[in-house]
Design a protein around this ligand. Sequence first.
Ligand code: NAD
Length: 330
Amino acid sequence: KPIGVCLVGLGNYSATVLAPALQLTKYCKLMGIVTGTPSKIAVWQKKYGIEDKNVYNYDNMNQIANNPDIDVIYIVLPTGLHAKYAIKAANTGKHVWCEKPMAKTVAECQSIIAACQKNKVKLAIGYRMHHEPNTQQVMQWANTKPYGKIKEVQAEIGYDVTNLEKSWRLDSKLGGGTMYDLGVYALNASRYATGEEPISVVAKQKTTRPDIFTETDETTHFTLEFPSGAIAHGKTSVGKDMHLLHVDCEKGWYQLAPFSMYNGVKGNTSDGQLLNQYIENQQAKQMDDDALAIINNKPFIVPGEEGLKDIRIIEAIYKSSKTGVKINLI
Ligand code: NAD
């Protein structure tokens, strides 16, 4: 029997990416939905054949505990709501998949991990890049170092977004902020490209549209120092297109460009190798990898602890950008 997945929050990512990807998985099936918008129910039921008994809202989702069709509850809500609903999900006794960034604060991340441990369920964070083969090559090279010692990483992710609608992404209470939303890819890449945990961070933020970005960041730059002496320069913005992960080593370089898009992640190296392994759909691969981990009782590729590490550094990035002071992370 495939792993039955229940999506919580039927916004853009669920509707346009995850639900279609679930139609391409080998080991998962979209069985249930949790929504606070009744008008979406009939549309989703018709499109994906979801039975009445597998439709929930935010108040009654605890009843999923008694539903054998559902094995995994996947939290795809605004970041500031992840902790509340991931904990509810864990308390049903079902496994939990939680979108990135894991939560707003370290304390929230810890409470999700604790709830999953208490209920003896597995927890995965939706870092799709960890399931993408060209990215996995870069992660492997952090260990094998075919181009020598890693000296400097550039990790840049941005989109030139002009039509900014009123959204939770502009609301700091709901976990908005470009560093949380996009910058987490650059931060996570800085960590997987070096294979190290940073010892310090300094950051700065700026906005060209202060009327819109009243409480969240439009652009964040950060610099991380690693124990080996490697440095990572991260940039993220919703005012500029940027899609680069570049790794400079003692004897050469390699890069992925684009490095974090849904499709077409590819790269090259200083000695002319191409990084261009193809997969049909990142999210289908991610969900199948995690479904297989459940079936074979193996750990998930991206456990909660990995999400927490980034949130700890993101907290420091916001703090440093207020004061301009370098923050020690050890
Ligand atoms: P969205 O705004 O399109 O959808 C959010 C959903 O949450 C909506 O259906 C909305 O109705 C619901 N919701 C419930 N309570 C709400 C509240 N109090 N305020 C606002 N909305 C509320 O957002 P999205 O782009 O689908 O993002 C959802 C999550 O998925 C975020 O954590 C985001 O970081 C993550 N995401 C991940 C990727 C990825 O590539 N892994 C891509 C996009 C989004």
